[in-house]
Design a protein around this ligand. Structure first.
Ligand code: ADP
Length: 166
């Protein structure tokens, strides 16, 4: 397939850290598009648990078996970033109705900023409905086990980081 005809999608987020819910969306989206760029946002959250570089490295480790998935970082407007990457789709995961209103607004705004960009929503798998990076961080900070919430490859990174913060 020529590069011009490739369906390139971007899955943006904070991924602080990547959870099994994120990984499920990545796996499913990587099967739907020719290339999937997982884009780690330089976000305004002043106290992330992991730096953007650390989050990217953990994502690389957990998606190593998915050849059409790339990990990048970005700041600024998603609509501009998508244009630079020749991406035609933004992938978002939906967990609950509470995710919907904000995502709906963002999808319309991004479409207005970049008419070639559509947002595709993938429903969470039911076993990950409750799962978010903040839930993982809360559990870890309070000494609970995050095994079963995040990919096995990064459990130790979270344990080490929370120990340091004791
Ligand atoms: P969070 O801290 O809520 O995990 P992110 O910004 O890292 O937030 O999430 C990136 C994207 O992944 C968003 O589109 C979000 O809706 C989606 N997502 C996060 N967790 C899940 C999950 N458990 N199931 C489906 N989608 C999810």
């Amino acid at each position: 397939m020529s590069k011009r005809n490739m369906r390139i999608a971007i899955y943006p987020g904070s991924f602080d850290p990547v959870t099994l819910g994120h990984l499920d969306i990545i796996r499913r989206a990587s099967g739907l598009f020719d290339r999937l760029i997982v884009a780690v946002m330089h976000n305004q959250n002043k106290k992330p648990m992991f730096s953007v570089e650390e989050r990217m490295e953990m994502l690389r480790r957990t998606t190593a078996g998915l050849p059409n998935v790339e990990i990048e970082s970005f700041g600024g407007l998603l609509a501009d970033y998508a244009r630079r990457k020749n991406a035609c789709v933004l992938v978002k995961g939906l967990r609950a109705v509470s995710d919907f209103e904000y995502e709906f607004q963002m999808a319309l705004a991004n479409r207005k900023l970049n008419a070639d960009l559509d947002t595709v929503f993938l429903m969470t798998s039911s076993e990950y409905m409750y799962l978010s990076s903040s839930v993982v961080k809360d559990i870890a900070v309070h000494g609970g086990s995050v095994a079963g919430f995040v990919p096995d490859e990064i459990v130790q990174d979270i344990v080490c980081r929370t120990r340091k913060e004791d």
